[in-house]
Write a protein that binds this ligand. Sequence first.
Ligand code: SAM
Ligand code: DTB
Ligand code: SF4
Length: 331
Amino acid sequence: MHTSLRHETLEPSWSVQDIVDLFALPFNDLLLQAQAIHRRHHPANAVQQSSLLSIKTGACPEDCAYCPQSSRYTTDVEQAPLMPLSQVLAAARQAQEAGAQRFCMGAAWRSPTERQLDDVIEHVQAVKALGMETCVTLGMLKPGQAERLKAAGLDYYNHNLDTSREYYGEIIHTRTYDDRLETLQRVRDAGLKVCCGGIVGLGESREVRAGLISALASLNPYPESVPINQLVKVPGTPLADAPDLDPIEFVRTIAVTRIVMPKTVVRLSAGRESMHDSTQALCFMAGANSIFHGERLLTTPNPQADADARLFERLGLVPMPETAQSTSMLS
Ligand code: SAM
Ligand code: DTB
Ligand code: SF4
């Protein structure tokens, strides 16, 4: 494999073909390489835990084909306006007591208005005051909005590329790939940490998965946090009957993500509810070192806390120490 070095950072740059070649390695070779890289950059058995709360649910004008919150599809999701601060704080306290280190708030917006942002800023300040790390995902940001969030004490902004540039038009028509890159640049320029990943199991090919990972690794610098979501098939969405992704291919996707972005925190994100424990174990072996903790993602179920506690116990996994979380990209 011939990877060139980027002048600015001395990080290797990865073409789609380089990544397809990684995907094609014998599984044991791929996992060994991913695990070796993982140990070089992260505590071997520590997993970061984030908690997720939908602060504004449903009625989204966008048409993302996987999403139960789009107003274009008829799903069981109950719409809810922006949640009051008291309710958000109660959820954050509960998540903190349950061991979450970061509290992520998601809103089903195309893009927040300034008034909506005023309210989210209050939420961020209050959660931050509890001593938790904060993350929000609010859709596309207009100039100046990322700076306002940074000034409020926000740590991370989540905005995903979701899939490869080539496949993107099969999934989303209401915002472009370049719109997403523009928001990501605004987030980066404001000094926020970037949480950016994608979703697999959309019926895409391996080359598409490689294209997504190449696009993520090409962000300069690459994201501090990379969520890999496996499609949760929700009745009523266009992807409700998408073919199942082979679990081994999912583990390969995690391993390749770890290899090409060695310092990032790779989140085994949506999809754990329907994933066998042994697949999750292989994902941790392949370099995943973050999960969403708690019974709900935004609108769909996530494993119960006691099931996760048992899995961590069986695997000898421990919560990520605070210092490792904040310094892993610097080492
Ligand atoms: N509305 C905001 C936006 O999309 O810009 C933020 C919230 S959106 C729900 C965040 C991410 O959740 C999406 O980019 C997608 O990767 C993931 N997601 C949404 N629905 C999903 C599903 N059914 N299964 C797995 N992941 C999903
Ligand atoms: C991300 O990449 N995954 C999370 C978070 N960012 C906001 C969301 C997963 C949503 C799964 C579908 C749902 O629960 O509505
Ligand atoms: Fe709206 Fe986000 Fe769902 Fe797309 S993924 S429909 S932008 S909530």
